[in-house]
Design a protein. Structure first.
Length: 112
C-alpha cells in the first residue's frame, strides 16, 4: 500500500474515533443536566391552632359540670358540680393534647 493511502486511512479512522467520543460526551453531559426527581413521604406534626388548649379545657369543664350537677342533692350537688367541672376540664385538656400531638403524612417532590 502506498504510504499516502495509509496515512489518509489513519487520519480518517482517528477522526471517526474522535467524533464518536465527542458525541458520547455530549450525550453524557445532556443526561447530567436533567435533575432526577422522586416523591418522598414525610411525616410532620400537625399545625397547632390552640396552643394553650383552652377549647378542650372549657368544653370539658362545662360537660363535667353538667354531669356533676346530675349527682347528689343540696350542698352535695354543688360539690359534685365543682368536682365534675374540674375533672372535666382536666379530661378535656388531655383529649385535646392527644389530638394535637398527631402527625400528618405528606408527599414531597425532591430533585437531585
Amino acid at each position: 500500500m502506498n504510504s499516502k493511502l495509509k496515512s489518509t486511512i489513519a487520519v480518517a479512522l482517528m477522526s471517526c474515533v474522535m467524533a464518536t467520543g465527542a458525541a458520547s460526551a455530549q450525550t453524557k453531559s445532556k443526561s447530567r443536566a436533567q435533575p432526577r426527581c422522586y416523591d418522598v413521604e414525610v411525616q410532620r406534626p400537625k399545625q397547632v391552632k390552640d396552643q394553650h388548649k383552652i377549647a378542650g379545657t372549657a368544653i370539658g369543664a362545662v360537660a363535667g359540670g353538667l354531669l356533676g350537677n346530675q349527682v347528689g342533692g343540696g350542698s352535695g350537688k354543688k360539690l359534685a358540680t365543682a368536682a365534675g367541672a374540674v375533672g372535666g376540664a382536666f379530661a378535656g385538656r388531655k383529649i385535646q393534647e392527644n389530638q394535637q400531638n398527631k402527625t400528618e403524612t405528606v408527599i414531597e417532590r425532591r430533585c437531585d
